[in-house]
Ligand binder design. Structure first.
Ligand code: CTP
Ligand SMILES: C[C@](O)(CO)[C@H](O)COP(=O)(O)O
Length: 233
């Protein structure tokens, strides 16, 4: 495989079709504003600001009435498609909507619209190490707190070993066709995968863990947004 092909076109799939149930609010959380822009705008700007990233497909809910209709950001193309009932289905729809210029074995980034604080140093590290890996890589953060298992009554049922435990973040970086096939295999087995890496792991593959920043927060609840605002102040 020639080096040009290995470093071929790199696009991002941005799942933004969730309803934000845990966040609440009047609009889906990906349209909640942070520093005057919706979360999805921050996520897209962070991806498309990187010189290696060529474009993005944003996966929208079928009834999305908030998408501003952007067709380019930072001078790069932004396309959209309709997602599914689960994040994994939305990611698969996004992979199918990528332009034909993204070849089967080109790498693709998958990044949550709900993670607005992605920094360029993290993206640099993921791309540098992930594109040198035979499978791909994910940003992740090592667990640094002691983990407790909760009982039904709110008491502690036990302490879980935390050695070698990491929290999966996004972006995650995998080859287009390999990821599509892994997601389809999980659906065929009736398995709901929570992230792209889980689909790849089910294929016996071992993506690389690339340590990422703790402030690459996923906005899940209003408290996450408040914390992010404080961090960015
Ligand atoms: N069917 C879905 C569900 C989620 N997502 C996206 O996946 C990302 C991470 O998911 P999560 O934080 O769980 O978002 P929601 O599913 O919207 O949150 P909730 O579970 O609280 O409804 C978000 O950008 C969300 O928009 C998606 O594209 N399609
Ligand atoms: C993909 C992800 O961001 C990895 O931590 C996370 O799983 C997505 O959030 P969800 O609540 O699982 O949909």
């Amino acid at each position: 495989m020639n080096p040009d092909h290995v470093w071929g076109r790199l696009w991002a799939v941005v799942p933004a079709a969730g309803i934000g149930r845990r966040f609440g609010g009047d609009v889906a959380k990906q349209y909640t504003e942070l520093d005057g822009q919706p979360l999805v705008a921050h996520a897209l700007q962070a991806l498309l600001a990187h010189p290696s990233v060529d474009g993005a497909v944003v996966v929208l809910a079928a009834d999305d009435a908030s998408w501003p209709g952007w067709t380019e950001i930072s001078g790069k193309p932004v396309a959209t498609c309709i997602g599914g009932a689960s994040r994994a289905e939305s990611v698969l729809a996004g992979l199918a909507a990528l332009p034909e210029s993204v070849r089967a074995d080109d790498f693709v980034l998958v990044h949550d619209a709900a993670r607005p604080n992605l920094q360029q140093d993290d993206l640099d590290a993921l791309l540098e190490r992930g594109r040198a890996d035979p499978v791909g890589a994910i940003l992740a953060a090592p667990v640094r707190d002691t983990l407790k298992r909760a009982g039904d009554d709110g008491g502690i049922d036990g302490t879980e070993p935390r050695e070698r435990l990491w929290r999966a973040l996004t972006p995650q970086l995998f080859r287009r066709l390999q990821l599509s096939r892994a997601l389809e295999a999980a659906f065929a087995d009736g398995i709901e995968v929570t992230d792209e890496s889980m689909a790849m792991e089910r294929q016996g593959l071992r993506p690389l863990l690339v340590e990422g920043r703790e402030d690459n927060l996923k906005v899940t609840t209003p408290a996450d947004l408040a914390l992010l605002r404080a961090l960015r102040a």
